[in-house]
Ligand binder design. Sequence first.
Ligand SMILES: *[C@@H]1O[C@H](CO)[C@@H](O)[C@H](O)[C@H]1NC(C)=O
Ligand SMILES: *[C@@H]1O[C@H](CO)[C@@H](O)[C@H](O)[C@H]1NC(C)=O
Ligand SMILES: *[C@@H]1O[C@H](CO)[C@@H](O)[C@H](O)[C@H]1NC(C)=O
Ligand SMILES: *[C@@H]1O[C@H](CO)[C@@H](O)[C@H](O)[C@H]1NC(C)=O
Length: 492
Amino acid sequence: MVTRSLFLAVAVVVLALRTHGYHETLDPLPGKARSLNGHDVAIVLIPEPEVSLVDYKDFGRAIQLLFPLRLYVSLVDISSENTVTLDNLPILIAECTKTLHESGMHSGSAVFLATHGQLGHLAADYARAVPDTLRGLILLGAVLPKRVNVIAFPLPVLTIVGEIDGVTRITRVSETLHAMTRSVKFDPELAIQSPLIILEGSNHDVFITGSLPFSLYQQDIEAEVPKRVAMETAANFTALFLAHVLQEPEVFVKTAATEFKKAFEAAQNMTAPIELLREATINNLKSYWVKSAQKWLSGLTGKQSAQIEVDSYVEKSQDGLPPTMIYEHGVNHIVTFSEVIRYADKGKAEDDGSLPQAPDEIAAKMLGPERIQAALKNATRTYNYTCRDLNYASFMTAYHTATERARIRFDGYHRGVIFQPDIVTNSEALWESTHLKFTVHASKLYVTSIAYKTPMDDDLGVESGLFFCKLLPPDRAMEWIYVDSILRDMSF
Ligand SMILES: *[C@@H]1O[C@H](CO)[C@@H](O)[C@H](O)[C@H]1NC(C)=O
Ligand SMILES: *[C@@H]1O[C@H](CO)[C@@H](O)[C@H](O)[C@H]1NC(C)=O
Ligand SMILES: *[C@@H]1O[C@H](CO)[C@@H](O)[C@H](O)[C@H]1NC(C)=O
Ligand SMILES: *[C@@H]1O[C@H](CO)[C@@H](O)[C@H](O)[C@H]1NC(C)=O
């Protein structure tokens, strides 16, 4: 007993001494009804690092206006911490809860944890550790980490991200959405319980009144929708989420279901082209893109191209198998081996969506047209393709697959893309170790492929007539069109 009260006393003293954060509480607006079960409702909002909590007041007020019940909003002051971690976050939240109680919030109230941007994954880890203390998680301009599946998350999660958020890229959001789409097949309620909203034409700063700190500002994209309008939309979705989790008031619960379903479908539509091209690069250990490239490379057109079939495996070539051609059941099968390569593990910055998501290159080992013709005997080539032609095709495929909005936006920025002649290496080893060149100079993108070819020569055996290209993955071209080419500072 003595030990326990001593421990409590120490804890209280520690809390009292530590309270140097100036957390701010927005009290419920007058005239708002109490929840039917008597609970108070509160949102504890953790700002984006280096953004003042004052900049979230308008957003908090907008939610309070749109939500029909009494709602507290607590803005966490993280400015006194060097970094926010799982060690100090519980203390900051405890301080805020204490402040809320001092402002008159009842105990046993429904608390939602919200955060904007970079601390999203930390907030998710915290919420996962203490789900009993919260009713839901609200991610603004952030998505759950990939290691966390929303279907297994112990709380409802609301995710709201701008369509042209350069800090949390739509290419990353689309992966979360795709994982959710798979889960929704088994649990259709998921898209309503844990909604994902993409705000059309909004960027990363839609939730704050001022502007982002300089480095984030540079990394972001110019918004297309007035912030006032988009912030209100985001606040409206947040209010609907609170109501849906609390299951009151009834009219809001019904609206939430239809609105979230619609928003989920809209988000799927917006990201469908990104998903399509991700699967073109690699799907089930095969590459549809390499298959297409090999067919073009054969130079056969029309009916003649029906003479060949291509199997395009994506695997690390342990035994360095060259591509090959097999005649079977009246069809010539070309079997190619490729690698889909990321130059470096980008770790957390890739998972939180602030860095490019698409792979850097496809190292495609294909057969040249002479080798194919020698096997077919009766084929005429109409065109001699280069690796550069294949990469131009990759870009044009991305351009024509993009949504009309994304295409018009890209055109509006007038960023040129220049495909330079192939760099031809004289050894396979050199080809392997030389990266596809993808460089930005004066806002223009320069793409240069690396090629390696062997001559037709009986002495070379299976190594004869090879044609290797470092290919531009179509999803990388897509990410360029959707995100990289329109960033405020293109060096990101
Ligand atoms: C909020 O959402 C509801 C339901 O979709 C809609 O009827 C209402 O007009 C919205 N209000 C604002 C201010 O956007
Ligand atoms: C999504 O796309 C489908 C097919 O084009 C269309 O019928 C549907 O209305 C779209 N939904 C939304 C919410 O945009
Ligand atoms: C060779 O190609 C031509 C035209 O494509 C076709 O008419 C002919 O039947 C082919 N011959 C053989 C032996 O396949
Ligand atoms: C393709 O290249 C081969 C040999 O390099 C040449 O004989 C042929 O005329 C070329 N075909 C076309 C259509 O340019």
